[in-house]
Design a protein around this ligand. Structure first.
Ligand code: FAD
Ligand code: UDP
Length: 370
């Protein structure tokens, strides 16, 4: 009999397994239907011996010291600041849009103050900013929206930005200075030996057992457990009772080239004509020295593993119906990006899992482990 069955060995499941095992001394079984731990942050050496991210580029960034302190028990860090270029009108320019983006794209030499006025002259006033189109058009106008956001978003989500909640494009700011970092968080780094190694250390507690290639749907009857933590898709847990909750998927095409370097930065975005959204070159992220280089192309898709909750009003309403069922389940906790249907980054999932642990600990009181 396990004290806990945890479905999913990503950040949500692994953090909770580690806390319950090490702090409450309880016996935990973590299962994952994939053949590995780490969830979407899983990385591995490819055939050339280059460290790649199986499910697309994962860059760790946070403002939460508590999250850094927690994860630092399981990994050292390699400082890394993420920079992204976008292929717009045949030119590679910085994204988020900044002073250099506009000066290069339009052959101008504006100052920061002049750029603020330039944006203001193009911005369309919108009384209530509700959608992902509103966010961009109200800040920088329709032309830049078309060049950088509309095509990318339609590819990525299969929806027009006008159909998506504002939170989606609000992730990408606009700047009038020359800061070309993708993120401005206080802590930005990559796990020094990769994500998978970090997960292995988190799960290497004697109270934790891990089973991969193990699907909850077919095993749930057969694993005796007292309590459950579920980090998979919430609609699937309830047998799609109210209909399918949309999760956006991606097809990843990994390739290795016989050249040392393919592109100037780790990620190049393709917001215009290509079928893929971005190309990642991993050696920029990891600092690995190797005569070859490995890349991943991302092709968005409606079919396949669930990766992104799709933030629309309609989907949120459907999620709420599932959430009401979830809240009524005794001894089951729903945690993580798929189970709480939120477009969360890794650090937010760690924060959510640590908060869930504190709630569980307060609710259950002193450990009941045998
Ligand atoms: P997951 O990592 O999805 O883990 C859930 C696990 O549960 C999976 O391994 C799945 O196989 C398993 N599972 C589901 N159902 C079942 C079942 N029925 N039985 C058994 N196992 C099951 N965040 C950042 O902070 N920075 C980034 O740069 C970044 N880049 C990203 C790029 C891409 C392409 C994607 C898709 C996400 C990115 N993220 C990034 C977000 C990050 O991946 C998530 O925040 C994080 O992985 C969520 O962790 P999780 O544990 O909630 O879910
Ligand atoms: N986006 C865009 N053009 C870009 C980059 C982002 O239109 O060049 C939009 C797009 O809708 C994307 C969202 O902003 O899904 C969030 O971008 P982010 O890079 O945070 O996406 P993620 O890394 O989560 O896939």
């Amino acid at each position: 009999m396990f004290d806990w069955l945890i479905v999913g060995a990503g950040f949500a499941g692994s953090v909770l397994a580690e806390r319950l095992a090490s702090q409450r001394g309880e016996r935990v079984l973590v299962i994952d239907r994939r053949h590995h731990v780490g969830g979407n942050a899983y990385d591995r050496l490819d055939e050339a011996g280059i460290l790649i991210h199986q499910y697309g580029p994962h860059i760790f960034h946070t403002n939460a010291d508590s999250v850094v302190d927690y994860l630092s028990q399981f990994t050292a860090w390699r400082p890394y600041e993420h920079r992204v270029l976008a292929m717009a009108d045949g030119m590679l320019v910085p994204i988020p849009i900044n002073l250099d983006t506009i000066n290069r794209l339009y052959g101008l030499s504006l100052t920061s103050d002049e750029l603020a006025a330039w944006f203001a002259a193009r911005a369309e006033p919108i009384a209530e900013i509700r959608t992902s189109e509103d966010v961009v058009v109200s800040a920088i106008g329709r032309e830049l929206y078309e060049k950088f956001f509309r095509g990318y978003t339609r590819k990525q989500w299969g929806l027009d930005p006008s159909e998506l909640d504002r939170q989606v494009t609000a992730r990408v700011p606009t700047r009038t200075n020359r800061d070309d970092r993708y993120f401005t968080d206080t802590f930005q780094a990559m796990p020094a030996q990769g994500y998978t190694r970090m997960f292995e250390r988190m799960l290497a507690h004697p109270n934790i057992s891990v089973m991969t290639n193990a699907d909850f749907g077919s095993l749930r009857e057969f694993i005796p457990h007292r309590r459950l933590i579920y980090t998979g898709a919430i609609d699937e847990y309830f047998g799609l009772r109210f209909g399918r909750l949309p999760y956006r998927s991606l097809r990843f095409v990994h390739t290795t080239l016989d050249t040392d370097r393919h592109q100037p930065v780790a990620v190049v975005n393709y917001p215009q004509s290509e079928a893929y959204t971005r190309i990642t070159e991993y050696k920029h992220l990891t600092g690995q020295a190797h005569p070859q280089t490995s890349l991943t192309y991302e092709y968005p898709s409606a079919e396949g593993d669930p990766y992104y909750p799709v933030p629309t009003q309609e989907n949120q309403a459907l999620f709420k119906r599932y959430e009401r069922l979830a809240l009524a389940q005794p001894d089951v906790w729903f945690v993580g990006r798929l189970a709480t249907y939120r477009y969360y980054n890794m650090d937010q999932i760690v924060g959510q899992a640590l908060a869930t642990y504190r709630r569980i600990d307060a609710q259950l009181g002193r450990s009941s482990a045998s």
